[in-house]
Design a protein around this ligand. Structure first.
Ligand SMILES: [Zn+2]
Ligand SMILES: [Zn+2]
Length: 423
């Protein structure tokens, strides 16, 4: 069995409350321990001087597009992009074609991820058959196939009755329901956030209320059922406040923020560039501040990218025809550094907590820590290195990135998955 010693790095493991310069020892596929290991002999030494050594990052909101839309991304290219971004585990959303709504579909994801041999992939099952919103999917079979959570992401669950039953059913398996909170009647034909900017540009808006009424509904249903609810891509001040109050009342709800929602605003749409079109849309400056405040006070426990690849010809269409979403895996770290670390909103341990142990807990997966015996997923971050974001050099198949040309700091240096150097 191969033994690796990662030495001289600032080891940050929020799961254990560790933040100190020490060694990380890996034996085979697992973490042997931190600090001196008198009986161990290293076959390989990785010098991490000046770098941060942390549990492999987990991105619990990724669209890998396979099967069905391999022109946008595949499990192999998406997981290669993950590694380049320092991400060792992704949870992939079920809005593939066909939808990930059966045990066989979940097993297919594990098989393809294994073949690719990049990052770990944890499939998220559909709540309803075909994501049609009519009938519950085979939740038990999906759990059997390894689905770690449930969502119809890409779409909301329109029926409150079906959402109630999903929360009840998933509760029996101790799985979280991930809510894409959007009232489709309020967002119909919308291309951006409804507000001063949409009025100025003459574009149809999607009001903050379209998100908030669904966040409110799903929190109410979580309270009714005792189910475990996670709100995806929280983008409005009102949603942050609803989640904050619900958590104070002891309701089992967690929330997630994306880098674009705490970095960009609806002003970006002034150039009519579809790389700023997503659902939920980029909001006002006040909403951005509220999302950051939610991250700071712990209301929003998770940061995830909502990596949503679309082939260039699709995003080139007119704004109202272009699909929603942007890629995010390869820009996750530097955008968090720029928007959260450098302004002093979060410390490194706080940031890493939202990218490791917290998403691992929501998904119920045994990752996100450097505990002895844990799977040896490790990300070594160079927090100071400066670089320019160039989507053409990305490993993702798609290029729909709103940060092209940005000069940024912070990047994954070395990435290990199950004890093997993969990047
Ligand atoms: Zn969504
Ligand atoms: Zn999504």
């Amino acid at each position: 069995m191969q033994t690796i010693r990662i030495t001289n790095g600032r080891v940050i493991d929020p799961a254990q409350g560790i933040d100190q310069v020490t060694d990380v020892w890996i034996q085979g596929e697992t973490i042997l321990g931190l600090g001196p290991q008198p009986t161990a002999q290293a076959d390989h030494v990785i010098d991490a001087s000046g770098k941060i050594v942390c549990p492999g990052l987990i991105d619990m909101h990724v669209h890998l597009r396979e099967p069905g839309r391999e022109e946008d991304e595949t499990i192999a290219t998406g997981t290669a992009a993950a590694l380049a971004g320092g991400v060792t585990s992704v949870a992939c959303m079920p809005n593939t074609e066909p939808a990930l709504d059966s045990q066989a579909a979940a097993e297919f994801v594990y098989l393809q991820a294994d073949r690719a041999g990049n990052a770990n992939v944890f499939p998220v099952g559909a709540i309803t058959k075909g994501r049609q919103g009519q009938e519950l999917a085979e939740i038990g079979g999906l759990v059997e196939g390894g689905a770690v959570a449930f969502t119809d992401d890409g779409s909301p669950v329109v029926s409150a009755e079906i959402m109630r039953r999903a929360l009840e059913y998933c509760r029996m398996f101790n799985k979280a329901v991930l809510s894409h909170a959007e009232d489709l009647e309020l967002t119909r034909d919308g291309v951006m956030h409804e507000g001063f900017e949409s009025m100025r540009l003459g574009l149809r808006g999607m009001p903050a209320a379209a998100e908030e009424v669904m966040v409110h509904r799903d929190i109410t249903l979580a309270e009714l059922t005792g189910g475990r609810l996670h709100i995806l891509h929280v983008s409005t001040a009102g949603s942050v406040e609803l989640i904050r109050q619900a958590r104070r009342r002891g309701i089992n709800v967690s929330g997630e923020a994306t880098p674009h929602h705490f970095t960009l605003t609806d002003k970006c749409l002034r150039g009519f560039d579809s790389n700023y079109k997503m659902a939920p849309p980029l909001r006002s400056d006040q909403d951005v501040q509220a999302v950051i405040a939610g991250l700071k006070d712990g209301t929003l426990e998770v940061i995830a990218t909502d990596h949503a690849p679309h082939a260039p010809e699709k995003k080139m269409r007119e704004l109202d025809q272009a699909p929603n979403g942007i890629i995010g895996l390869e820009t996750l770290l530097p955008i968090c550094v720029m928007s959260l670390i450098e302004p002093g909103h979060l410390t490194w341990p706080q940031l890493i907590e939202k990218l490791t142990v917290n998403p691992a807990r929501v998904l119920g997966i045994d990752r996100g820590t450097l505990n002895p015996g844990a799977k040896a997923d490790v990300t070594i971050i160079d927090p100071k290195t400066e670089w320019t974001i160039e989507p053409n050099s990305f490993r993702s198949k798609s290029r729909n990135c709103p940060f092209a040309g940005w000069k940024v700091r912070g990047r994954a240096h070395t990435v290990l998955v199950n004890g093997k150097v993969k990047y």
